[in-house]
Design a protein around this ligand. Structure first.
Ligand code: DUC
Ligand code: ZN
Ligand code: ZN
Ligand code: ZN
Length: 483
């Protein structure tokens, strides 16, 4: 059985042109004029683009005393409805748990996925077993390692652990990743705010100002440079962090920044809403920022100093958010966005003229595939690539709302936003999984996509080269007279 997408305009990260796309056995087998196939999808008036890749999700993750509400079933279903055909989810080992043990648990959880997925490994503690398991992880196709510089007393790793782990990542040809917030300062500010009676959701934002992110981002970049590893900074939310990334890139360091769709369009005024639920539903880390930071993030996407747009999809119901009534530090951190990332970015990026359609493809798919070593299997409209595709109708409109969404939660942080630009069809390995507003999911269709390590790329650069060069032996003797 062959499928052909006809009458559309192909939009990739670097080209826009009219051609048909032929699909057979889950991959693209021909691109050109006048192709025919058994099943025809009409793309008149539409763009044919690589499916979105969300490089940052937390599905069914144990966190802050509960589990995130969307699992691989509802999460990937939500993704397909919004044009996202792949997620990269974080494996979160417990304290003392082996990495491969945790990986097994994640493989079990992902059995009902409707779309393909890959994993990042979180380094939540440090020891010989973790050091050893990191090699097994790379061999098992899990080649990126995320480190939390916040969540003191739970997930946070200290600088000595960060340096050791980064060196290990560098040796293995992996990719180091950080959640960059200064966890010590956050813990101090949290205690102070609570002691002063600031218990509401707005205090969550006060406890994590942009400076904690700017400081940690800069620190992580310098440590990565000394360790000789490239670095991916997740959820870059403010100018302070963006500035550190820009500076590093200008100095030739392989550092990538990932703004979230939430930070690009929602700001901290959400936390001052008089309705406690409204504010708590938007509690995530880093928090939403003052509007001026949004200009910085958009500028970064336009100029290339920031590379991809993610969601950090970590959805909690209102009932779960209410664990934090009377103490903001107990509100489970996280928001949804898997279904909304592409439409909201198109609306606020392409429809406003901030991003070209090609740049849209780059930051939602192709750049991510390249950084995570998934390209050109994913993130490409090329012969031989997986047929993870969207037929995108730039004229189709909707108003975002919780009642019609796929996610398991009872609200949507983008509620009421009007978007123009939506998928007509979403294809996962050639299978039409979404058409004209309806998901045709198939539990278990999604496959794990393992990733290869790659040659260390940072090692000809700056600090690592100096630090690892042979040094003169320190002299301890008494200098000879006259010297
Ligand atoms: N931030 C969140 O808001 N949720 C999950 C983890 C994180 O770092
Ligand atoms: Zn994080
Ligand atoms: Zn996250
Ligand atoms: Zn149908």
């Amino acid at each position: 059985m062959t499928t052909v997408i006809k009458n559309g305009t192909i939009v990739t990260a670097d080209l826009t042109y009219k051609a048909d796309v032929l699909i057979e056995g889950g991959t693209i087998t021909a691109i050109g004029p006048n192709l025919s196939g058994d099943k025809v999808l009409d793309a008149t008036g539409c763009y044919i683009m690589p499916g979105g890749i969300d490089p940052h999700t937390h599905l069914e993750m144990p966190f802050m005393g509960t589990y995130s509400a969307d699992d691989f079933e509802s999460g990937t279903r939500a993704g397909l409805a919004g044009g996202t055909t792949m997620v990269v989810d974080f494996i979160l080992p417990g304290q003392g748990q082996g990495l491969m043990d945790a990986a097994k648990a994640w493989h079990n959880k992902s059995g009902r996925a409707h779309a393909d997925y890959s994993f990042h490994m979180a380094i939540t503690w440090w020891g010989q077993q973790v050091f050893d398991d990191m090699e097994a992880s790379v061999k098992a196709g899990i080649t990126s390692f995320k480190h939390f510089m916040a969540y003191k007393g739970a997930l946070m790793v200290n600088d000595d652990e960060l340096f050791s782990s980064f060196r290990r990542v560098g040796d293995l040809g992996g990719l180091a990743m950080v959640h960059a917030e200064n966890g010590d300062v956050v813990a101090e500010l949290t205690a102070k705010l609570l002691a002063e009676g600031n218990t509401g959701p707005e205090a969550h934002a006060y406890s994590r100002p942009p400076q904690v992110e700017g400081e940690a981002t800069n620190r992580a970049i310098m440590i990565a440079d000394m360790a000789g590893t490239p670095l991916y900074v997740v959820h870059t939310s403010c100018e302070d962090a963006h500035e550190a990334i820009r500076r590093a890139r200008q100095a030739g360091k392989r550092v990538w920044g990932e703004p979230l769709i939430q930070h690009l369009v929602l700001d901290e005024s959400e936390y001052f809403n008089a309705n406690w639920d409204h504010a708590a539903r938007r509690v995530m880390s880093p928090p939403f920022r003052d509007k001026k930071h949004q200009d910085s993030l958009w500028a970064g996407l336009q100029s290339g100093s920031l590379s991809c747009v993610a969601t950090d999809h970590c959805a909690f119901t209102t009932a779960q958010k209410r664990f934090g009534v009377g103490n903001f530090s107990k509100i489970p951190n996280g928001t949804g966005g898997l279904e909304d990332r592409l439409p909201v970015l198109w609306q606020h990026g392409v429809n406003t003229g901030r991003l070209t359609p090609n740049e849209f493809v780059a930051v939602t798919s192709t750049n991510i595939a390249k950084i995570l070593n998934l390209y050109p299997k994913k993130g490409a409209v090329l012969v031989g690539a997986d047929a993870d595709l969207i037929v995108w109708d730039p004229a189709k409109e909707k108003t975002i709302g919780a009642t019609a969404q796929q996610s398991a939660i009872d609200y949507n942080v983008f509620e009421g936003q009007k978007v123009k630009g939506l998928p007509r069809y979403t294809l996962t390995r050639g299978r039409v999984a979404f058409e004209d507003g309806t998901v045709h999911g198939q539990e278990g269709w999604g496959q794990f996509v393992g990733r290869e390590a790659r040659p260390a790329v940072n090692r000809a650069l700056t600090a690592w080269k100096e630090l690892t060069a042979p040094r003169p032996v320190t002299r301890t003797g008494i200098p000879a007279t006259g010297v």
